[in-house]
Write a protein that binds this ligand. Structure first.
Ligand code: NAD
Ligand code: UD1
Length: 334
């Protein structure tokens, strides 16, 4: 099967391309490199010892997308391309609505035209807003608190309407919890250019002395140690979930929604302490006030993905902390 991976040079996309190639799929990437580097394509080839086709360009470019579908015999699409920084989306909402919505609309129009109707879409646990209870199940009420989250929820609705209008589509909406870690080779991983917003990339930069001190956003939450609790999932486990979703959409029609998480919640201090211990490195931190918009705890009930996709996360928090650091250490010394 030949899979078109939009945003395949990005963090989750690159790991998914590795899993696809390792499992016998052919891979075509389209990425405009707005948040990634071209060299990732070579890294994917190096890890897998397999070839792939790369188109540098924008998913919103209908002509380019038609050209790709014309040349390649695409069987299914995994759609990662989009912007993902929550804070920036509050400052620049139009940039987020324009890119995330337009890229999806163009992609679906072109897929429709070429009669390719199998799609895996990257959604987020952010669509659950402030969950009323934990763990979070797929049928919980949906709401959002920022433009980034709103783009994900809008796209979920667009895809639902598409399936209502044409029931030959088969779509898996994957709601990711908190992906961290990197491929064990250390060749690909999360590589933010700016000061990171998310916890693990920030910890890594403190551990490597690029940043001085982690600010822990609040220790007065109603959690085990007062700091925020999240469902961290190894990016390789997450990527494997996409292959399971592909297998299912290949055999079914309609749209379905899956939480991809571990079902376990870890606090900020548990992550900091595990990271320090596993990598034998000091992580300076200080407790500061809560970050606006944060919730105390968020973790998945991943049982539906287990039942329907036959997928469970296998890697633990030690793997996640080790692999995240390994990626940065390897790439610093190069
Ligand atoms: P990423 O920024 O590393 O990857 C996205 C890739 O898409 C980048 O390579 C970027 O250059 C490309 N891109 C963006 N807009 C494009 C366009 N219009 N045309 C072509 N390429 C484009 O992000 P990621 O962490 O790998 O996330 C992938 C997807 O998963 C995103 O849709 C994101 O919203 C979603 N997601 C991510 C997380 C997370 O924590 N990383 C959590 C939930 C959902
Ligand atoms: C954030 C986004 C979410 C997005 C996810 C993955 C917000 C409000 N939510 O989730 O929509 O899907 O990233 O991209 O931005 N923390 C610190 N210090 C830091 C950074 C984080 O203490 O410097 C804490 C946070 O308060 C939180 C935990 O670490 O308790 C995880 O934070 P983060 O990695 O930003 O992820 P989320 O907030 O869960």
């Amino acid at each position: 099967m030949k899979i078109l991976v939009t945003g395949g040079c990005g963090y989750i996309g690159s790991h998914t391309c590795v899993e696809l190639l390792d499992n016998g799929y052919e891979v075509v990437i389209v990425d405009n490199l707005s948040n990634s580097k071209r060299e990732v394509v070579d890294k994917i080839k190096e890890i897998t010892n397999k070839d792939l086709t790369f188109y540098e360009g924008d998913v919103r470019n209908q002509e380019l997308m038609e050209d790709i579908f014309e040349r390649e015999n695409i069987d299914a699409v995994i759609h990662f391309a989009g912007y993902k920084a929550v804070g920036e989306s509050v400052q620049l909402p139009l940039k987020y609505y324009r890119n995330n919505l337009d890229s999806t609309l163009t992609l679906c129009e072109v897929m429709s035209k070429y009669n390719v109707k199998k799609l895996v879409f990257s959604s987020s646990a952010t669509v659950y807003g402030s969950p009323k209870s934990l763990p979070i199940k797929e049928d919980f009420p949906l709401s959002t608190t920022n433009p980034y989250g709103s783009t994900k929820l809008m796209i979920e609705n667009i895809l639902k309407d598409l399936v209502i209008a044409d029931n030959s589509w088969s779509i898996a909406v994957l709601r990711y919890f908190n992906p961290i870690g990197a491929h064990s080779s250390g060749l690909i991983g999360e590589d933010p250019n700016d000061i990171p917003n998310n916890l693990m990339p920030y910890i890594v930069k403190v551990a490597t002395n690029e940043l001085e001190c982690l600010s822990v956003f609040g220790n007065d939450y109603d959690t085990k140690d007062g700091t925020g609790v999240r469902d961290y999932i190894h990016v390789v486990d997450l990527s494997r979930g996409h292959l399971k979703a592909l297998e299912v959409i290949n055999k079914t029609i309609g749209i379905d929604y899956y939480n991809l998480g571990t079902g376990k919640g870890y606090s900020v201090l548990e992550i900091v302490n595990t990271f320090s211990k596993v990598n034998n490195v000091k992580v300076n931190y200080k407790i500061v006030g809560r970050r606006p918009g944060d919730i105390a705890s968020c973790y998945a009930d991943p049982s539906y993905a287990k039942e329907k996709l036959g997928w469970v996360a296998e890697k633990d928090i030690v793997d996640m902390c080790r692999d995240a650091y390994n990626f940065v250490i390897k790439n610093k010394t190069k």
